[in-house]
Write a protein that binds this ligand. Structure first.
Ligand SMILES: [Zn+2]
Length: 348
């Protein structure tokens, strides 16, 4: 089995301890530090031992994708909140800037949260900003490995990124790690990038960031927005705008989708990626399509993730996996490692 280098960091750990709304309940946040621990353990179990700590890349690559005001908000949100409410607890929006309201924040942290977040699933605690930066650094370290000739790499990062757009955080996502990596690869000389998003949810942030561009293909397989978060985006008729027309490829699937009907959709997405002929394929890797995921509604089994990884490996270009969702903590490690193992075995 060929060895894939896995990039990680411990600096995500402080992003913990917050609660989240799950429809009718307030529950401990599903997007937790033990996600990374269980994945690392499973990767080692399956023989993936080429581990590397992330290097620091600074904020410049982030500012190629996100607005300065938004990044400033991410950095200052917790300190501003703490100054008002004291330590402990977590910062979250109380209302959102909607139609007919100004979308310009004033000096209060509440107005910033109203303008720069779109749901109640992006809490801020003392360690959130450090974790956001670590996720970017992990992803860019892995991207650099691929840019430097590595055939593949895995960015084992959290918090995830694909719901975040240039100036909006939501759905556990603050900075769009995969998008920042795509832009850095282009800035370093790549002509075309493809982002294949296999997370159970539509990556509304990634779609929006590249919607009018033809240098980054976005192909996503996800639960239909008619039934699932993010509800307002992810339909098949969203195919791109302007010169980006034809470079956004959504395949919404019904709840309950199992591997038999998932795999043809994956094949169609891979075909589009192949036609785009990217210099690098970035896989937004969510395994919340697992049948027992508490946040998901598909029916993929653990062994199906070996198939998924193997199918992705039929494409020839260098491939960067970026961790997104997956919350069934008992099986999260095995499911994620299965994708990496399935890929590595097929590439051998
Ligand atoms: Zn997800």
């Amino acid at each position: 089995m060929s060895c894939m280098r896995i990039f990680h960091s411990d600096d995500h750990r402080g992003h913990a301890g917050a609660m989240e709304m799950r429809y009718d309940r307030l529950i401990p946040m599903c997007e937790s530090p033990d996600r990374i621990d269980t994945i690392l353990a499973a990767l080692r179990d399956q023989g993936h031992v080429d581990l590397a700590l992330a290097s620091s890349f600074g904020l410049e690559p982030v500012l190629r994708v996100h607005t300065p005001a938004f990044v400033d908000f991410l950095q200052r949100c917790w300190p501003l909140w703490e100054a008002e409410f004291g330590p402990g607890g977590f910062a979250t929006a109380y209302m959102f800037g909607m139609r007919g309201m100004d979308q310009v924040p004033n000096g209060s942290v509440h107005s910033m949260l109203s303008c720069y977040t779109f749901d109640v699933c992006v809490p801020f605690v003392a360690g959130t900003w450090t974790a956001i930066r670590s996720a970017v650094d992990v992803t860019l370290s892995a991207a650099s490995h691929v840019a430097g000739g590595g055939r593949s790499a895995f960015a084992l990062c959290r918090p995830p990124g694909h719901h975040a757009s240039s100036d909006l955080a939501g759905g556990y996502c603050y900075v769009n790690n995969a998008a920042v990596a795509a832009q850095m690869l282009l800035d370093r000389g790549a002509s075309r990038i493809a982002i294949l998003d296999v997370d159970y949810h539509h990556g509304n942030g990634t779609q929006r960031i590249f919607y009018d561009r033809n240098d980054v293909l976005y192909a996503s397989i996800h639960a239909t927005p008619e039934r699932e978060y993010p509800f307002l985006l992810g339909y098949a008729h969203e195919t791109g705008a302007g010169k980006g027309q034809g470079f956004n490829f959504n395949q919404p699937l019904p709840l309950g989708t199992a591997i038999d009907s998932y795999r043809p959709a994956l094949a169609a997405a891979l075909e589009r990626v192949r036609a785009h002929a990217p210099d690098v394929l970035i896989v937004s890797l969510g395994v919340d399509s697992y049948i027992r995921d508490p946040v998901g509604g598909f029916a993929l089994e653990s062994d199906d993730f070996l198939t998924l990884g193997g199918d992705i490996a039929t494409l020839p270009m260098p491939t960067l996996f970026v961790m997104e969702g997956g919350y069934a903590i008992e099986e999260l490690g095995r499911n994620t490692a299965n994708v990496i193992t399935g890929f590595a075995q097929r590439r051998e």
